[in-house]
Design a protein around this ligand. Structure first.
Ligand code: AMP
Length: 181
């Protein structure tokens, strides 16, 4: 929750109640991304702990993690690695299943995207239960990479995702928090 320059990122995040289903408060970052100051502040704040150069690649989770992760990679002067929904990547992949509220989903990474010992910063827009990011961490580790940290604009601390990642020995960097779901 480190906002060095005092820019109020939270103000630019729009909440849509009951989307995509009743009871969910959807935290919509399109309003943050559309604001020139908001987008820059979010990217700079995600990137600043990693400016010293201990990162080899930024990995982003489809789809909002691509927008933020691509910009963070550019800011850090590093390459970007996409982690995609099943069936989207063209070359050989490795996949990781993770639990949803009902059923399972799979994310994939190119099998040759990460070399042994590569140091990775993982980016997504929001961490809730940590299921998605946890699967991405497992994929990166199975590829031989080291997850230096995972960074998100939004934390929903009541859902325990950040704590889950910390229990996997991953440093977690988040910019704003919202109570509840
Ligand atoms: P989880 O795997 O439970 O940590 O959920 C994180 C993923 O689901 C991220 O890719 C988010 O974009 C999306 N997500 C989960 N809950 C919300 C929410 N309340 N508002 C917006 N996106 C959400």
């Amino acid at each position: 929750m480190d906002l060095r320059n005092g820019f109020d990122i939270k103000r630019y995040i729009r909440t849509i109640p009951d989307y995509p289903k009743p009871g969910i408060m959807f935290r919509d970052i399109t309003t943050l991304l559309a604001d020139l100051h908001g987008f820059r502040a979010a990217v700079d704040e995600l990137a600043w702990p990693f400016l010293k150069g201990e990162i080899d690649y930024v990995a982003g989770i489809e789809a909002r993690g691509f927008i933020l992760g691509g910009a963070v990679a550019h800011t850090l002067g590093r390459g970007f690695i996409p982690i995609r929904k099943k069936g989207k990547l063209p070359a050989r992949v490795i996949g990781q299943e993770y639990a949803l509220e009902y059923g399972v989903d799979t994310i994939e990474i190119h099998a040759d995207a990460i070399k042994k010992g590569d140091r990775i910063l993982l980016i997504d827009d929001l961490i809730a239960t940590g299921g998605t990011a946890g699967a991405a961490i497992d994929l990166i580790r199975r590829s031989g990479g080291e997850v230096v940290a995972a960074a998100f604009v939004i934390d929903l601390p009541d859902l325990g995702g950040a704590a889950k990642l910390k229990s996997k020995n991953v440093k977690v960097h988040t910019l704003v928090g919202f109570e509840g779901h």
